[in-house]
Design a protein around this ligand. Structure first.
Ligand code: NIG
Length: 395
C-alpha cells in the first residue's frame, strides 16, 4: 500500500472534537497522512510518505458527502426554470418532461451524462454521492437508472415512487403495486435505499407507507421526500418508519420538528431547491436548537435544483437557514454521512476513507464569505487525487 501526505495544512477540519479544537476538531499547521484509501494519521511536518502534496498553508476539510442527488437523467428544463423566475409556481408534475427525455436516451447517453455531472461534483469537492433513480417510472427504465447510478456510488436509491407514471395517471394504486412488485424486484439488486415523494401531486401517506414498507421488506433502507411544497405527513412517516433521512423539510410544524429531534432520522435540507423554486427556506436554526441532526445536500436534478455547487448550499445554509459556518460545513460533510448511515465518511480521522478537499483559502469560512466562487483547489477521494485545479497553485 502506498502512502500519501498532504503537508503544510494551515487549518485542518477533522470533524472529531477529540482530535482538535471545537466541534469541527480543527488543527493548525499539520500534515495528513493517507495510506491507500484510508486516513492513517494527522502528523507534524516531515512525516514519511511515498508521495506528497504541499497545501501551502491552505485549509483542508473532509470531502463533501452529497446525500441527495438525482444525477441520472436526460434533457434539461431551463425553460421551466425561466418561467418560474417570471412567477410560475413549481409543481411536482414537471418531473414528467424529464421522464420523456430519459426514457428516450440510450444507456450510453445516460451513463455519459451522469459521469459528467459526477466529475462536476468532484470539482466542487464532493467525494461521495447518493444517487436516485426516478426519471423512468417503468420497470426496465428504473432498473437501467439504478444500474447507471451503481456505476457512480454504493449509495443508490430506488425512487420508482417519484411520480405516478403517465400510463397509470388514472390508476395510481396500480402504479403503486407495480413499484412495490416487479419494479422493486428489478431495482433492489443495485440499490441500497428506497425513497418516495410524499407530497400533494405525488404520493399520499398511505401510498408512501406501502412503497416504503415494500422496500424495507426487500432489504432496503428508507428515505423520504417530505414536506417540500407544504406541510404534510412525510416527516412523521419518515420518523415512524425509522427512515435514515427526511429530505427537504421546508414546511415543518412544531410536531414535525419535535419528531425529528427525538429520532434518528436526519433532516436533509436542500436550500438550492428553495432558491430555484422560490420557496421559503427551511429553518435550520429551529431544528438545531431542538436537537435534530441536519444534512445539507445539493439535490442536483434538472427540475428544482440543477447544481452541484455544495459551497453555494453552505452559503445559503448560513445566510438563509440561520446556521453558523461551522454547522453548515459539518452538515455537508458529517451530516451527509449520517444521513447515509456511513461512519467511514465525512471526517478526517485515522481509519476513515481518505476523502478530502483542499480549499484555495486559509479557512472554511471563505466558503460563505466568497459565495459562488469555486474554492476547491484539489479533491482527494479514497486516497487518489481526483481533481487538481490547474490555477490553484498546488504542487
Ligand atoms: O427533490 N421533489 C421531488 N423530486 C426532485 C425534483 C424533481 C424534478 O422536479 O425533476 C426534488 O426536488
Amino acid at each position: 500500500m502506498s502512502t500519501f501526505a498532504i503537508d503544510n495544512i494551515g487549518l485542518l477540519v477533522t470533524n472529531d472534537p477529540e482530535l482538535g479544537e471545537g466541534p469541527l476538531g480543527v488543527l493548525r499547521d499539520v500534515s495528513l497522512v493517507l495510506d491507500g484509501d484510508r486516513v492513517a494519521a494527522v502528523a507534524g511536518a516531515g512525516a514519511q510518505a511515498d508521495a506528497r502534496l504541499d497545501a501551502g498553508g491552505r485549509c483542508v476539510i473532509p470531502g463533501f458527502v452529497d446525500s441527495h442527488t438525482h444525477l441520472v437523467f436526460a434533457g434539461d428544463r431551463a425553460e421551466e426554470f425561466a418561467a418560474r423566475m417570471a412567477g410560475a409556481p413549481y409543481a411536482a408534475g414537471g418531473i414528467r418532461s424529464t421522464v420523456t427525455a430519459t426514457r428516450a436516451a440510450s444507456i450510453g447517453e445516460l451513463t455519459a451524462l451522469a459521469r459528467s455531472r459526477r466529475r462536476e461534483a468532484l470539482r466542487a469537492g464532493i467525494t461521495h454521492v447518493e444517487v436516485k433513480s426516478g426519471y423512468a417510472l417503468d420497470v426496465d427504465g428504473e432498473r437501467r437508472l439504478c444500474e447507471v447510478a451503481a456505476g457512480l456510488t454504493g449509495d443508490v436509491t430506488f425512487l420508482g415512487g417519484h411520480l405516478v407514471a403517465p400510463e397509470y395517471q388514472d390508476r395510481p394504486d396500480d402504479y403503486v403495486a407495480l413499484v412495490c412488485g416487479e419494479m422493486l424486484a428489478a431495482c433492489a439488486p443495485s440499490a441500497r435505499w428506497i425513497d418516495v415523494f410524499c407530497e400533494r401531486g405525488a404520493f399520499d401517506a398511505d401510498q408512501s407507507r406501502t412503497i416504503l414498507t415494500a422496500g424495507r421488506g426487500a432489504g432496503l433502507g428508507l428515505r423520504v421526500h417530505a414536506n417540500q411544497l407544504g406541510e404534510g405527513p412525510g416527516v412523521q412517516l419518515a420518523v415512524e418508519l425509522g427512515a435514515a433521512s427526511a429530505d427537504h423539510c421546508t414546511h415543518l410544524s412544531d410536531a414535525d420538528v419535535e419528531a425529528l429531534a427525538g429520532s434518528g432520522t436526519v433532516a436533509t435540507l436542500l436550500p438550492a431547491t428553495d432558491f430555484c423554486t422560490r420557496q421559503p427556506y427551511p429553518d435550520a436554526r429551529r431544528l438545531l436548537d431542538a436537537g435534530a441532526t441536519i444534512a445539507l445536500a445539493t439535490n442536483c436534478n434538472p427540475g428544482s435544483s440543477y447544481t452541484t455547487a455544495i459551497g453555494f448550499c453552505i452559503a445559503l445554509g448560513v445566510r438563509e437557514l440561520r446556521m453558523t459556518a461551522e454547522e453548515a460545513l459539518q452538515a455537508a460533510t458529517l451530516g451527509g454521512a449520517q444521513a447515509l448511515w456511513r461512519d467511514d465518511l465525512g471526517r478526517l480521522t485515522p481509519g476513515s476513507r481518505a476523502d478530502a478537499a483542499v480549499l484555495s483559502a486559509p479557512s472554511y469560512t471563505h466558503i460563505v464569505y466568497r459565495p459562488g466562487v469555486p474554492l476547491v483547489a484539489a479533491t482527494i477521494r479514497a486516497g487518489q487525487l481526483e481533481w487538481l485545479d490547474p490555477e490553484g497553485g498546488l504542487v
